[in-house]
Design a protein around this ligand. Structure first.
Ligand code: GUE
Ligand code: MG
Length: 296
């Protein structure tokens, strides 16, 4: 049976290290690091995420600024808020919760964020920095996945990594990060011919497609390390109830893999912990205070 990669426990440890560094930052800078989270609309799942982000931000000794805007907010009003946050010296990181309502253009909104406060790493400047190996901000979910992989495997150099999914938020930055770790990287997607054959050569599989339990144990190379980014809500056995499953069929995969992240309790908690890490890094850069990033 595969070893379970406990992302929840790893994220707790990371948040403890962040809290220590955050206290030192507040003493050095004379102010806490600050994260602004912007939520447009009343999507219940997004409200839960935003509340959790706020709670964990405060628990790590940082300031949390929540901006909840109505679903019919105009793009001009949203851009005006971002412009204000860009120049607010108490705000080190800005996160605009996605997806946005259909009448708002996500590209336009992300482009308006100061790249040096873009703790999601979604701005094209940060995408370019990642692609060219310059310091910037890396999207939280893929960076959390690499932290889990390095913790388990040490050096990833020379390993065959297969990323399933090519989104701007996970698949593409994940491929860039694995390339920077000197993996041999394949990006598979919905048009890939013979996905099982591609997956079967992977030492590392990262599933980020948003299709419940799609990746089967029979596809895996025995001993492979499996990172499941999927968070899919599906009907539970009990009528009217739902449960969370990943993009990997955990029951079959856990009999073949060497190690696997569970859903929930795997990648999800890492995403928020890395967001706090990115915010603390942003604060140090913005305030000109030196941070030993390797201690995080
Ligand atoms: N600008 C932006 N940045 C984001 O990073 C962003 C976003 N928009 N929009 C929504 C997605 C989703 N996301 C998650 C964060 C934590 C968990 C998480 O902690 N999940 C737990 C439990 C989930 C549950 O019980 O519902 C787990 O997997 O164990 C999941 C998903 C961040 N996102
Ligand atoms: Mg995709």
């Amino acid at each position: 049976m595969a070893e379970v990669i406990d992302g929840k426990a790893f994220a707790e440890g990371l948040r403890e290290r962040i809290a220590v560094a955050s206290t030192a930052f507040t003493a050095a800078a004379g102010r806490p690091a600050g994260l602004a989270v912007v939520l447009v609309g009343e999507d219940p799942a997004s409200q839960v995420y935003v509340r959790n982000k706020g709670k964990q931000t405060v628990a790590c000794g940082m300031a949390s600024f929540e901006h909840k805007l109505p679903a019919d907010t105009t793009e001009a009003d949203l851009l005006a808020l971002i412009a204000q946050l860009n120049t607010d010296p108490a705000v080190d990181g800005i996160l605009v919760q996605l997806p946005l309502p259909a009448h708002l253009n996500e590209q336009t909104v992300i482009a308006a964020i100061n790249p040096d406060k873009d703790v999601d790493g979604f701005h094209v400047v940060n995408v370019g920095r990642l692609a060219t190996g310059m310091p910037g901000f890396v999207p939280c979910t893929p960076l959390g996945c690499v932290m889990l992989l390095r913790d388990r495997l040490g050096s990833l150099a020379g390993m065959e990594a297969v990323v399933i999914g090519r989104s701007n938020i996970v698949g593409k930055p994940m491929a860039q990060l694995l390339l920077a770790e000197s993996c041999t990287v394949t990006v598979a997607h919905s048009r890939t011919h013979d996905l099982p054959a591609v997956v079967s050569r992977a030492d590392i599989v990262v599933a980020a497609v948003g299709r419940p339990e799609m990746v089967k144990g029979a596809w895996l190379k025995p001993g492979a390390t499996v990172i499941d980014v999927g968070i899919n809500r599906v009907p539970a056995a009990e009528p009217g109830k739902t449960r969370l499953v990943g993009d990997v069929d955990y029951a079959s995969a856990s009999t073949v893999a060497g190690a696997i992240t569970p859903v929930p309790g795997g990648v999800g908690p890492m995403t928020i912990a890395v967001l706090l890490r990115n915010t603390l890094v942003a604060a140090h850069r913005n305030a000109g205070v030196v941070l030993d990033e390797s201690a995080l």
